[in-house]
Design a protein around this ligand. Structure first.
Ligand code: ZN
Ligand code: ZN
Length: 97
């Protein structure tokens, strides 16, 4: 996806959201507290699960897709685990020195 395309998707997303519609399809009302309708959320969920399965199979980090160390038994790389635990900022500042 080019930069322009990504920008257009974002613009469309906000136009739909402002109209009170699903940010993806712009047809259905979003699920309460979410930005997507149930249909689009389910599609996105399935796509993520497929991606995860593919990355697990190839022994890649589920989040960022970089190859995991052979000894790594978890599904995410060290950095992504830190990020999801909210410690990333602390660590990245340490590494910067
Ligand atoms: Zn939708
Ligand atoms: Zn990662």
């Amino acid at each position: 996806m080019s930069y322009d395309q990504a920008g257009a998707v974002k613009k469309r997303y906000w136009r739909y959201r402002e109209a009170g519609l699903c940010g993806k399809c712009g047809k259905n009302a979003p699920v309460q507290g979410h930005s997507l309708c149930a249909k689009c959320a389910e599609k996105g969920r399935i796509r993520m699960l497929r991606l995860y399965a593919e990355r697990d199979r190839m022994h890649l980090c589920r989040s960022c897709g970089i190859p995991l160390r052979e000894t790594e038994t978890r599904k995410r790389c060290f950095k992504c685990r830190l990020r999801s635990s909210g410690q990333w900022k602390e660590w990245s500042e340490k590494w910067k020195g």
